[in-house]
Design a protein around this ligand. Structure first.
Ligand code: ZN
Length: 226
């Protein structure tokens, strides 16, 4: 959580979702934690170009409200909590050992002051040292965010994503590339994003990574719109 200051020390902590009282250890009350823990993990229908996709919860209820608090109220201190749920899934499921955050639209990142997917990927790496962060492999060009666009418009005009082809962060390309499987630690990657909507952005990212010789590409998101 952001620094609370003196006022935060004097007022009892509130759940960031329902605003009822909660302990200081977690920013959620027991009821909201309970609902979040019961949310069904979603593993189905990976978008084209993605070998496997897993999401912690449907984009509704506590999961949706928690994500909104993180993204739109600027509560960046929620990233470790959200990423903790994602780390549990990515550690037991998708195959990629390098984590590649879906790049934010440049204007969106400036407006928000931080990059939600990048923050989550960094926290997943902190939670599970078996992964390497490669937040320098993809860049997003041109159009702004997909947010607010209708499903048909998103599918018809996915964002323009390009690979930089190099990642000092994860050591790609390796000294002797002998094929698609010789990339960062075996050439597999897991994309990280906050929410999966149509899958068009993940597909665009996977295409850019494939162009750089990285694959298969899996993905993990916190929520998924059903
Ligand atoms: Zn609550």
């Amino acid at each position: 959580m952001p620094p609370l200051g003196l006022a935060g020390l004097l007022t009892p902590p509130m759940c960031v979702v329902c605003r009822s009282g909660c302990g200081r250890a977690l920013p959620l009350c027991a009821d909201c934690v309970g609902e979040l823990n019961l949310a069904p993990v979603i593993r189905k229908s990976p978008p084209p170009g993605i070998s496997e996709v897993v999401s912690c919860a449907p984009h509704e209820g506590v999961a949706r409200a928690l994500l909104a608090a993180f993204k739109f109220r600027g509560l960046t201190g929620l990233a470790p909590l959200i990423a903790g749920y994602m780390a549990d899934l990515v550690g037991s499921g998708p195959c990629g050992q390098i984590l590649v955050p879906v790049p934010a639209a440049p204007g969106r990142k400036r407006w928000r002051g931080f990059d939600p997917a990048g923050e989550l990927a960094r926290e997943i790496v902190r939670a599970d040292s078996g992964f390497t962060l490669a937040d320098d492999l993809l860049v997003r060009r041109g159009r702004g965010s997909q947010r607010g666009r209708r499903r048909e418009a998103r599918l018809a005009a996915p964002p323009s994503i390009e690979s930089t082809g190099v990642s000092p962060a994860c050591g790609f390309p390796p000294p002797a590339v002998s094929g698609p499987s010789a990339g960062c630690r075996g050439g597999t990657a897991t994309l990280v994003d906050d929410v999966l909507t149509t899958g068009g952005t993940l597909t665009a990212c996977a295409g850019a990574l494939a162009g750089a010789g990285i694959g298969p590409v899996s993905a993990v998101t916190f929520t998924r719109r059903l």
